[in-house]
Design a protein around this ligand. Sequence first.
Ligand SMILES: Cc1cc2nc3c(=O)[nH]c(=O)nc-3n(C[C@H](O)[C@H](O)[C@H](O)COP(=O)(O)OP(=O)(O)OC[C@H]3O[C@@H](n4cnc5c(N)ncnc54)[C@H](O)[C@@H]3O)c2cc1C
Length: 328
Amino acid sequence: MTAWDIAVVGGGPAGTATAIGALRADPSLKVAILERADFPRAKSCGDGIAPQVVDLLTEAGVTGIVDDWTPVPRLRLTRGSLVVDGEMQRPTWVVPRTVFDHRLVTAAQKAGAVLVRHRVRSLSGTTLDETHSAQVIVGADGPHSVVRRSLGLRQGPMAVAIRGYAPTPADRRGRLAIVFGDGGWPVAVTIGNDVSSRDIEGANPLYIPQAKIFAGACALGPVIRPAWEVDATALEIRLRIERDGAAVVDESVSTGSIARPLTDLVDYLFRAENFPDGAWLSTGTGIVPPDEFTLRVGDRVTIEVQDVGSLSNPVMSGRDAWDFLEAR
Ligand SMILES: Cc1cc2nc3c(=O)[nH]c(=O)nc-3n(C[C@H](O)[C@H](O)[C@H](O)COP(=O)(O)OP(=O)(O)OC[C@H]3O[C@@H](n4cnc5c(N)ncnc54)[C@H](O)[C@@H]3O)c2cc1C
């Protein structure tokens, strides 16, 4: 067991800044940063570094960390014909986190922190994984924090974010341009399992929305692939329903057999509605089990989409099936 004065879990900006601050206050402290990843490591982020960040780092004795990156003095926000364009009070920077976080970790090491490659799995009192102990343990291990979970604290709301890099044209250098689209172009592909009551649906075509609104219906994920990485017009979709260990439905279809081009579906979706936060468009599977078929509690529905992944859901009913949500 290694004993530390301070053990910081996570070597992102929060963890490294904590280590740097502690060592500035008392350079004799034994400070460890326990980090699961090898640096340099990527992190989903817009990579914007506000000037206040640079101020705080300077206060902590870390200087020059963004000096070799182009400052961004201008901001332009666009939505349709609306444009706001101007000089910012102070310039900001855009530095990939692979670079920025690596520099921060290096600065923490220079200040005297010890970077330990270790994925923390549990916290008990002042001991981490029975291998490290510390008088003070700092949880800086990001959105899925093991430290927070071990303390019984709830996780905050989660969202899905997609980040991509594009080359900056010469005339855009030094300017941050954020274009708020009205949507209408696909950014990602996933798997969806909407659950329909065919009794309700069959009674009247106008009842389709009511036939699909159930707690727990319309599971999405668990994988998303950027739209530009997959050819969504020719993917095999396989639907398997297992009952008592045997497949009662096992069929495949290709997205190539969808009658309308996917671009038309997207276009029509956005003609009628605004989706400021985006939307998932469900294309349908083209696999229709016979009329007499109905799902039963205990069945497992698995949908595999070629090049995307597999979504598997158990069939449950009743309010008790939701206990896991209350436990979160
Ligand atoms: C899409 C998106 C865009 C964003 N854009 C910006 C932006 O432009 N500007 C901005 O300032 N902020 C932005 N943010 C927010 C910013 O990314 C976070 O606020 C910041 O990364 C939080 O830093 P952190 O050190 O708390 O956590 P993280 O940066 O997530 O670091 C946590 C570290 O802990 C490590 N870790 C996790 N679990 C364990 C474990 N069990 N054991 C050991 N190590 C572990 C991880 O490997 C990681 O290195 C954005 C966030 C997202 C998602």
